[in-house]
Design a protein around this ligand. Structure first.
Ligand SMILES: [Fe+2]
Length: 504
């Protein structure tokens, strides 16, 4: 066994940015998150001159730096007289359900058991739903035994989807037994509306998702007439007896020159009763869920340095925590990482390493992995940063950056956090932790920097926007963010109240 497995992984991450001293062994770095360490090393060499060589002396200097760094508190909160927050009187009631985020070697075996698990679990969701009519064929290889013209339903994972020369859509569906070629016929004036519906449905099919398809056998093809997604059942909206409110936010991007510090400070002041606007709502906030990109990070994209006001990852987290420590202690804060944070990029992402900010001074701040499922007073909340939304928007007509809820809805109906494999890296394992087993009462995401809300079958979809002003990248792509608007969910009423912290 090599004693440089961790070192080799670190070297891969630092490739082109720093060299690793030959004397370093796994013992020197064991117990430290590789992603966080590589971010630190990059940050360290950004400020130093000479050769970027990571040796034992530099490791020691980095450890020192972690201990010594201290950033001044950004704001001073005064407690107003006469502000008696209702939420302080309410007993906290939360459950955290997190899945194991064990790092695997991402071998072919890991991937095959990962996809097998996804197929098996989503197949059960589809089969237990209402969308399936009779004629279910339990494995694709059995199709050969059926006569032409027979109506059947098959379930599988989408291996491929192409537009044929004739303008039809050809979907290859796969299960453990084999593959089926399914044709969605292009509708024309002479055809019935059923075909048109199926063709329209096919435009929402994406690679790697698990679906059911109903159609007629026309060997060697199946001619589709409808698609069955895993879906979520129609439910009554769940409400709490206690008058609690929950704030949802994300994409704070502390450390970016475009971080809206003034507006974010107003939000913290508001929680403390120092701002008159919507004061009653502020007094009822018992929980805050933060869905990642809490800092801008370092080295996330080429030449990011010129966009940073704080180029040290520790200082970024330190400034963020100075804000969070000013949140009243009766409010519980749940915080996930996103693609800008100092954790591994592959999902599920582990929770932030507490070493990034020395220690958690307050027990009301809970660090969670991404995605995370929590229950607040019985309300199930699935919170996910939203990185997969990019590929969903690219892959499905009708989904857009201007309406984040449209892409979130696809994720919910497909019952998978990251349905398309490829652009959004995943950490494979025996079980696919990104399958949405529990139907949430609230599905919360960020990432798109634009607020969006929708109610679907009793689930509230919330995209919580950002605290970062419009970036030049967003200008180039024509994206319009909605910074400093905080969605607050009134759990007793079951309604969303966006609070605007942009000055009037
Ligand atoms: Fe972001």
């Amino acid at each position: 066994m090599s004693d440089r497995l961790l070192v080799e992984e670190l070297a891969k991450r630092l490739s082109g940015k720093a060299l690793i001293g030959a004397e370093l062994t796994d013992d020197d770095i064991k117990g430290i998150d590789i992603e966080s360490l590589s971010a630190l090393v990059v940050s360290y060499f950004d400020k130093s001159k000479g050769v970027n060589l990571l040796d034992k002396a530099v490791l020691k200097a980095i450890a020192e730096m972690r201990r010594e760094e201290k950033t001044p508190v950004q704001i001073e909160i005064s407690k107003p007289v006469g502000f008696r927050p209702e939420a302080r009187e309410i007993e906290p009631d939360f459950k955290i359900y997190t899945t194991e985020n064990r790092r695997t070697a991402a071998t072919v075996d890991d991937f095959s058991s990962y996809f097998r698990d996804r197929l098996g679990r989503l197949r059960r969701v589809i089969e237990s739903g209402r969308g399936l009519s009779s004629g279910l064929v339990y494995s694709i290889d059995k199709l050969n035994g059926y006569a032409n013209g027979r109506e059947v339903t098959i379930v599988g994972m989408v291996y491929d989807k192409i537009l044929t020369k004739k303008g039809n859509i050809l979907v290859t569906l796969e299960d453990e037994s084999g593959i089926a070629k399914v044709i969605f016929t292009k509708p024309d004036a002479g055809r019935g509306t059923g075909i048109a519906d199926a063709f329209g449905m096919a435009s929402r099919i994406v690679h790697d998702e698990v679906i059911g398809i109903r159609g007629k056998i026309a060997s060697p093809f199946l001619i589709a007439n409808s698609v069955v997604w895993p879906e979520v059942p129609v439910r009554q909206r769940r409400k709490t007896e206690e008058r609690v409110a929950m704030a949802f936010t994300s994409d704070i991007h502390v450390g970016s020159k475009l971080f809206q510090e003034r507006q974010f400070s107003r939000f913290i002041e508001w929680l403390n009763g120092n701002i008159d606007k919507n004061k009653e709502l502020a007094s009822r906030i018992k929980y805050i869920v933060i869905a990642g990109d809490v800092v801008d990070g370092i080295g996330v994209y080429p030449n990011q340095d010129k966009d940073l006001s704080i180029s040290d990852i520790y200082k970024q987290y330190s400034v963020l925590f100075d804000f969070l420590y000013d949140i009243p202690e009766y409010i519980h804060v749940f915080m996930l990482p996103g693609n800008h944070d100092a954790v591994q990029r592959a999902e599920p992402q582990p929770k932030l390493d507490a070493g990034l900010f020395k220690e958690l001074r307050q027990s009301n701040i809970h660090l969670l992995p991404n995605p995370a499922y929590i229950e607040l007073h019985g309300i199930g909340i699935l919170s996910y940063h939203g990185t997969s939304l990019d590929s969903v928007i690219q892959g499905i007509q009708g989904c857009s950056y201007s309406r984040p809820e449209t892409a979130m809805l696809e994720v919910l109906r497909k019952r998978h956090i990251s349905p398309i494999y490829g652009d959004n890296p995943i950490m494979p394992g025996k079980r696919d932790p990104l399958v949405i087993d529990r139907v949430p009462d609230i599905l919360h995401m960020g990432h798109l920097h634009r607020n969006g809300y929708m109610e679907y079958h009793g689930t509230e979809l919330i995209n919580s926007g950002t605290w970062q002003a419009r970036t030049s990248y967003q200008v180039k792509l024509g994206h319009l963010p909605t910074p400093a608007v905080l969605p607050v969910y009134d759990a007793a009423e079951g309604s969303v109240w966006p609070v605007d912290f942009n000055e009037a």
